[in-house]
Ligand binder design. Structure first.
Ligand code: ADP
Length: 151
């Protein structure tokens, strides 16, 4: 059976930390689906979702086994529909752990087949967070070094 992993997130923006998790995930999975959780009626994003989809697609253009989607439903439901049996997530610190721990328990309740796999961040990306990048960008700082694509 093909090992298909879903890598869900807000990716506002998608960073080098995210890219690192995807590239390392490729050693474990046959296919990775990057899914931006986005509800047009509710979500207020800093970086427009369609532009982010294009940036992520360009980042992984050389990898036919990586696809990019948006979704506005339960992550477990989206995974089921796309036949993904694994959820891929990154862990930077204990705050990430606490959050990921409860989400993964809930996802497991909703879809028993869904196994969460966590990769510990590479040290050089541990401090990169989408929220800090948004803040730097808002005040005119150069964020190009944190992103795997050109804005
Ligand atoms: P969410 O809104 O679901 O937390 P994010 O886009 O912030 O979405 O993050 C998606 C996933 O990537 C999460 O598992 C998060 O812990 C992980 N992640 C975020 N930044 C990094 C990083 N610098 N290194 C490794 N993993 C990261």
């Amino acid at each position: 059976m093909k090992r298909i992993a879903l890598f869900p997130g807000s990716f506002d923006p998608f960073t080098k930390g995210h890219e690192d998790i995807v590239l390392r995930g490729l050693k474990l999975f046959d296919e990775i689906i990057i899914a931006i959780g986005y509800n047009s009626g509710k979500s207020v994003r800093y970086f427009p979702v369609n532009e982010m989809v294009q940036h992520i697609k360009a980042t992984f253009a050389a990898h036919p086994n990586i696809s990019v989607h948006t979704y506005a439903e339960l992550t477990a439901e989206f995974a089921r529909k796309h036949k993904a049996n694994y959820l891929l997530r990154g862990l930077r610190n204990t705050t990430d752990f606490e959050y990921e721990n409860s989400i993964s328990q809930i996802n497991r309740q909703l879809f028993v087949e869904l196994e969460s796999v966590f990769l510990i961040t590479s040290p050089e990306f541990a401090w990169i967070s989408s929220s800090i990048i948004r803040e730097v960008h808002k005040y005119g700082g150069d964020i190009s070094g944190f992103l795997p694509y050109k804005l």
